[in-house]
Design a binder for this molecule. Sequence first.
Ligand code: ZN
Length: 246
Amino acid sequence: MALDRLLKGFADFRLGYYREHLDLFEKLATEGQSPKILIIGCADARVDPGILTQTRPGDIFTVRNIAAMVPPALVPPDQAQHGTSAAIEFAVRGLDVEHVVILGHALCGGIAALVDGSESVYAGYDYVSTWTAVARTVRDVAVHDLAGRPREEIVRAVEQAAVVNSVANLMTFPWLAERVAAGKLVLHAWWFNLTEGQLYAFNSDSATFEPVKGIEVTPTVQQGTKLSSIKPERLLLALANKKPAF
Ligand SMILES: [Zn+2]
């Protein structure tokens, strides 16, 4: 039944969208892709970056994984298989993207599993907890700084702080940091609240996520941004000093 819907969708795509955009598909087939934006989003079925941003084929290079995380670079790299790092490398070094967006979201199951730790139903899985440990330090700081707050508030804080953590981790890739320093690449920390349909961006001055209104947004990291301003601990401290959100 579920697959019927998918195949019906493809049939509709062929007769509709594909035909309406024949020129675009022909151009993409003959000239190749040249997206200017890399989006790293969560694999969660509710937060498709292409649908959220209403982009066209060829516009965004997309990586989706559990909880939209970026692990730190390995310098020098080892011989293990690093899917997310490989996709980032291809987009930055191969495609010369001008923006990298980390797109976290509300009600993220991967972050909830990280917060619940050994209490999580996913704790015994082979790969999930090892992967989400990318933000384990962030989780530990949040649990400490927000002690006594409701679980929902701690989960939200970790969702947002993990996005900032991933932006900081992006800067550990030498060829990526070089492009930021040269003014060729900017980085964005975004968080989508699907219960209200609102997008938020991290403001490194106030160290909080602020609603995105209109089409203007200040990058989280650009040429000249101090690395000290993209520490997730700053966001967690700001949240701890605010009134409880729940
Ligand atoms: Zn998620």
